[in-house]
Ligand binder design. Structure first.
Ligand code: GDP
Length: 144
């Protein structure tokens, strides 16, 4: 297994629900390290850039509106197999389809308001981490 970094976002719906601590607890108890962390509210432009891959989807405008509607917590996580482990911990995109005990199952309200984001592969993880973090803002940044 490779030591990996991944980008995690605690989305605005989770901040409204007051579950930052619960999510961070699951990450740390799951054996991953938080090596970068900040709270920010994305501008619509920043959210559009982040989700550019979904530009042609019917849900794009709503997604950008939601993601820029309030503060988020963006984190860089590190650990063995961190990309898959964080996605497994989050569960399926649609909370109704997510497995029992996953974050999205436990706290998600809809396919859009699904509490967290996680990178899906190592190339996208690198791009997403540098989209939010400068090298000096990460504890361990050898490849940034
Ligand atoms: P993820 O990697 O599991 O976050 O899923 P995707 O990359 O496919 O989608 C990005 C985000 O867009 C999701 O986390 C949802 O917030 C939102 N999204 C995805 N599919 C849909 C959809 O069919 N309808 C709506 N309203 N939002 C969606």
């Amino acid at each position: 297994m490779a030591n990996e970094k991944t980008l995690a976002i605690i989305k605005p719906d989770a901040l409204e629900k007051g579950i930052i601590g619960e999510i961070c607890k699951r990450i740390e108890e799951g054996g991953m390290k938080i090596v970068g962390m900040k709270m920010l509210q994305m501008t619509p432009k920043k959210a559009e850039g982040f989700y550019a891959v979904h530009q042609s989807k019917p849900f794009f405008a709503g997604l950008v509106k939601f993601m820029s509607s309030g503060p988020t917590v963006v984190m860089c996580l590190e650990g063995e197999n961190a990309i898959k482990r964080w996605r497994d911990m989050m569960g399926a995109t649609d909370p109704e389809k997510a497995a029992e005990g996953t974050i999205r199952k436990d706290f998600g309200s809809s396919i859009e308001r699904n509490v967290t984001h996680g990178s899906d592969a190592s190339d996208t993880a690198k791009l997403e981490i540098v989209y939010f973090f400068e090298s000096g803002e990460l504890v361990n940044y050898e490849w940034i």
